[in-house]
Write a protein that binds this ligand. Sequence first.
Ligand code: F6P
Length: 344
Amino acid sequence: MARYGILTSGGDCPGLNAVIRGIVLDSDTGLNDFTYVGFKDGFWGLVYGETINLDRSAVRGISKEGGTILGTSRFGPYTEPDGGPDNIKKALERIGVDGVIAIGGDGTMAAANRLYEDGIPTVGVPKTIDNDLEATDYTFGFNTAVEIATEAVDRLRTTGNSHKRCMVLEVMGRHAGWIAMYSGLAGGAHAILIPESPESVDQICAWVTSVRDRGRAPMVVVAEGFTFPGMEEAHSHKGLDGFNRPRLGGIGEILAPIIEERTGIETRATVLGHIQRGGVPSAWDRVLGTRFGFAVPELIADGGWGQMLALRGTDIVRVPFADAVGHTKTVPLDFYGEARAVFG
Ligand code: F6P
């Protein structure tokens, strides 16, 4: 009987528990002779061999729960002094685990790929609210984040309308504008600002002014990774994360006073932050997470180490890690152009 360890790594996102449940239900079907454990807190549990037993009763009713029952972190598997392939192989041997199922975003998939290349049997499941992972049409978590951000746009519009203010909503997404695009389009924002397409202060203020001139309260959605022309990096004032990447956020607070000063329209900024990652997953994310989970045992049974599951159209497919890492899936400029044509 083979035993596999599941880990969730990087920022949490709605739908992680649905994946875990989807995988673990396999141990009760008799289809494969597999059992499962969970590594605590991402790669930390892998490095230190700290696990949680996962049987059917451990995953009962969890697909509707936000977060991850395993805990997560941005601890890297190569973090010294205890990380690295030799130590991890020893830890896996000590606890009797035959392979790793890594659920995460681009940083996690890059680490999973490295583990695989260093001889540790590893497969991947793509997750992130940012939807920025190459090789999959969608990641679970994105749909829930968009629903939450859209509700925020709707709410900001009623208060903005009442006070005739310009409302600026900053959403997450790192260097991709997917959450901003979808929530902005769904909420009928008058301008959507994304990292893929820098926009000048003059242009943004022209959109805001034209909205005001026809008697409406301007609604601007800005992605945290948005830059003005000439800015080399996205705004970051909170240092680096555990994967050594700049922590983004704060551009909305910079933009709002500029709009107010240039246009004379009272402007308020809201940074939605981690609200986008918390709480119950949407039905869509639960279904996608569950389908990914169901597909993992089959992937392992077929010896699919070194591969990540992906959604292509409505199919769950398998792709090599190498196809998923190293580049960000950004919003296509023609898609942005369709929306931009009616800004203001
Ligand atoms: O990748 C998911 C994400 O929520 C990004 O959108 C955001 O930039 C980042 O994680 C925030 O990370 P943390 O939870 O470490 O503040």
